[in-house]
Design a binder for this molecule. Structure first.
Ligand SMILES: NC(=O)c1ccc[n+]([C@@H]2O[C@H](COP(=O)([O-])OP(=O)(O)OC[C@H]3O[C@@H](n4cnc5c(N)ncnc54)[C@H](OP(=O)(O)O)[C@@H]3O)[C@@H](O)[C@H]2O)c1
Length: 212
């Protein structure tokens, strides 16, 4: 699969490494441009290259966005049209500035991104786990019960299935938290499953208890 990664920081570089190691063609982009990514793509090997944000999105089947949330509206929406977009972002007002719609709880950060990237198939995932366990705890050979959960939420079942497959390939267990609104809210900072690594079974129990 061709995977675009927008953001080359903690989450962007970690997911780029995991997907390239799994054999996917990865294009990484950041705010400073492809030249600044030479060292990273050199480390990632033959399956990785650097690009602009627009090229990384336009040429990909799946695009993972891992930027400070405040930057979401800078993304060139037309390049993401029709793409499966993985939203790894979180809202931290002290970093991102206060966003009234999020403060009121009327909407979620993933819905803001989906509204901006209209026509994209947005799935919230890779947003609750710190980049260190994400980089080290994947167990591709292990049965589901022994894997840590990575949550996903969205309104497009086909897009969710594609993201679930990627999560499995890198050795985690996909656990569905629901649609983009309710399921996205269940993954946000402060939620019980946020930054709280759990096995698949524990995670499913936690998600079910929040829904009932
Ligand atoms: N850190 C974690 O463990 C973790 C876990 C789950 C989710 N998250 C969420 O994932 C997102 C990224 O976190 P992070 O820790 O990876 O951040 P980070 O290390 O600060 O990296 C952010 C990246 O975003 C890029 N960026 C900023 N504005 C951009 C723009 N307008 N266009 C393109 N790229 C842009 C930066 O580009 P430059 O390199 O050019 O500055 C940088 O590569 C955040 O929303 C965070 O809350 C983080």
């Amino acid at each position: 699969m061709r995977i675009g990664i927008i953001g080359s920081g903690n989450i962007g570089s970690t997911t780029a490494r995991l997907f390239a190691a799994a054999g996917h063609e990865v294009t990484v982009a950041n705010s400073r441009g492809p030249e600044s990514l030479r060292e990273l793509v050199g480390e990632l090997g033959q399956h990785a290259q650097a690009g602009t944000v627009a090229d990384a999105a336009r040429e990909a089947d799946v695009v993972l966005v891992a930027v400070p949330l405040r930057a979401y509206s800078d993304l060139p929406a037309e390049a993401f049209a029709g793409k499966v977009v993985i939203d790894a972002n979180n809202y931290y007002p002290e970093r991102d500035g206060r966003i009234a719609e999020l403060e009121s709880g009327d909407t979620t950060s993933s819905e803001l991104l989906a509204r901006h990237l209209s026509g994209a198939r947005v799935v919230k995932a890779f947003s609750t786990m710190n980049f260190r366990p994400l980089g080290s705890e994947g167990r591709p050979q292990a049965p589901r019960a022994e894997r840590l959960a990575i949550y996903l939420a969205g309104d497009d079942d086909g897009a969710k299935a594609i993201v679930a497959g990627l999560i499995e390939e890198i050795g985690f267990a996909p656990v569905d938290t629901g649609g983009l609104h309710d399921g996205g809210a269940r993954q946000q900072p402060g939620a019980p499953i946020y930054n709280n690594p759990m096995t698949a079974q524990e995670a499913e129990a936690a998600v079910t208890s929040r829904r009932s």
